[in-house]
Ligand binder design. Structure first.
Ligand code: NAD
Length: 304
C-alpha cells in the first residue's frame, strides 16, 4: 500500500530514488508502516514541443514526480497539461526560464528544445541549483565540456543522453561489440522531417563507439567516381559513413550495417512512438537528484 503522508523537499538527505520507509508504527502490527514519498519537482523546457509534451504527459502519470514549471515560446499563458493534450495541471507555460526556475524551485529541469538553446538553458538551470536532464541533441562539444566543468565545480548533477530509448542504447552496445569482429560499418539514421540537426546524436555516438572498438578502417576502393555530392554520406571518425534520412511518418530509427567476408550483420532499432523515450527520461530524473557531476549517455545509468 502507498501511504503518501508528506512531501519532503530536501532531496539531498535521501537516496536517489527519494523514498523513505518509516517503521515507527509498523512492527506493532496495529498501524501499517508509514511510507513517506519524496516528490521530485520538475520543470520542462520545450514543454510545447513533440518531446516536451510527451514528458509532461509522462510526469503527470508518474507517482513521485510533480510538474511545477513549463517553459516554451509556444503555448504561452496556457496550461501545460492542456498544451500536452491532457487535463489541466495548474502549470502555466512561460517563456521566462530563469523566472520559472527561481519562482517554482524545481529539483530537475528536463530540456527538449533546440541545439541553439540547450547549452544556455542548462547553464541557467545549474546557476539556479536545478539539475538538468538534457535530451536535446546537436549541442557543440565545447558547450558539453563546459557543462561538465560547471557541474563538477558546483556539484549540481547533470544527465545528458542523445537517446533515452533503452533499445537504442542496447543497439549501440551491440554495435560496439560487433565492431571488434566486423571493422567495416556504415550507419543509416532515419528521422521525421522536423528534425533540425544531422546526423543524429545517436548516430554520432554509435560512430564514436565503433571507432573506439575497431580503430582506423578505410573502404578498400577509393570511391572517387561519385556523380552526386554527399551520395556516400558524411565521413565520421576513422572512416565511418553516416547517412541521414528525413521523412514525414518516421519517428527515430537507426540501422548499423557491418560487412565481413561473405556476410553482413544488420542491427536496427526503431522508436515507433515518442513514448519509447519516457522510461529513460523518468529514470534520469530520479537518478540525477543523487548526482554531483555530469553523466553522458543513458548507458551509464543502466549498465554501470
Ligand atoms: P520540437 O521542435 O517539437 O520541440 C522543441 C520545443 O522547444 C518547441 O516547442 C520550441 O518552441 C521549444 N524551444 C525552442 N527553443 C526554446 C527556448 N530557447 N526556450 C524555450 N523553448 C524553446 O522538437 P522535438 O522533436 O521535441 O525535439 C527536441 C529535441 O529533442 C531535438 O534536439 C531532438 O533531436 C531531441 N530528441 C532527443 C531524444 C532523446 O532520446 N534524447 C529523442 C527525441 C528527440
Amino acid at each position: 500500500m502507498n501511504y503518501v503522508f508528506q512531501a519532503v523537499r530536501s532531496l539531498d538527505i535521501q537516496d536517489e530514488h527519494a523514498i523513505i520507509i518509516e517503521s515507527k508504527f509498523g512492527k506493532s502490527g496495529k498501524i501499517p508502516e508509514r511510507r513517506v514519498d519524496v516528490i521530485i519537482r520538475v520543470a520542462v523546457c520545450g514543454a510545447a514541443g513533440r518531446m516536451g509534451s510527451e514528458v509532461v504527459r509522462a510526469i503527470a502519470r508518474e507517482d513521485g514526480l510533480e510538474l511545477v514549471g513549463a517553459v516554451d515560446r509556444h503555448g504561452l499563458g496556457s496550461d501545460a497539461g492542456v498544451v500536452a493534450g491532457i487535463s489541466p495541471l495548474g502549470v502555466v507555460v512561460s517563456d521566462d526560464l530563469r523566472g520559472t526556475l527561481t519562482g517554482t524551485a524545481p529539483d530537475v529541469m528536463v530540456d527538449f528544445t533546440s541545439p541553439t538553446a540547450v547549452a544556455g538553458n542548462a547553464r541557467t538551470a545549474i546557476g539556479a541549483g536545478v539539475r538538468p536532464v538534457i535530451g536535446t541533441t546537436g549541442m557543440e562539444a565545447e558547450d558539453l565540456a563546459e557543462l561538465g566543468r560547471l557541474s563538477a565545480k558546483t556539484g549540481v548533477g547533470v544527465v545528458v543522453a542523445p537517446n533515452f530509448a533503452v533499445g537504442a542504447v542496447l543497439m549501440m552496445r551491440f554495435a560496439e561489440m560487433a565492431a571488434k569482429f566486423f571493422p567495416a560499418a556504415e550507419i543509416i539514421e532515419l528521422h521525421h522531417d522536423g528534425k533540425v540537426d544531422a546526423p543524429s546524436g545517436t548516430a554520432l555516438k554509435t560512430g564514436e563507439k565503433i571507432s573506439k572498438a575497431r580503430g582506423e578502417y578505410r573502404q578498400t576502393a577509393v570511391d572517387s567516381v561519385t556523380k552526386l555530392d554527399g551520395v556516400r554520406g558524411g565521413c565520421f571518425n576513422g572512416g565511418i559513413r553516416i547517412h541521414s534520412v528525413r521523412l514525414p511518418g518516421l519517428v527515430a530509427h537507426q540501422e548499423v550495417i557491418f560487412g565481413g567476408l561473405g556476410q553482413t550483420l544488420s542491427l536496427r532499432h526503431d522508436s515507433i512512438s515518442r513514448e519509447s523515450f519516457m522510461p529513460g527520461v523518468l529514470l534520469a530524473i530520479r537518478q540525477v537528484v543523487g548526482l554531483k557531476e555530469m553523466i553522458v549517455g543513458l548507458e551509464n545509468l543502466i549498465f554501470e
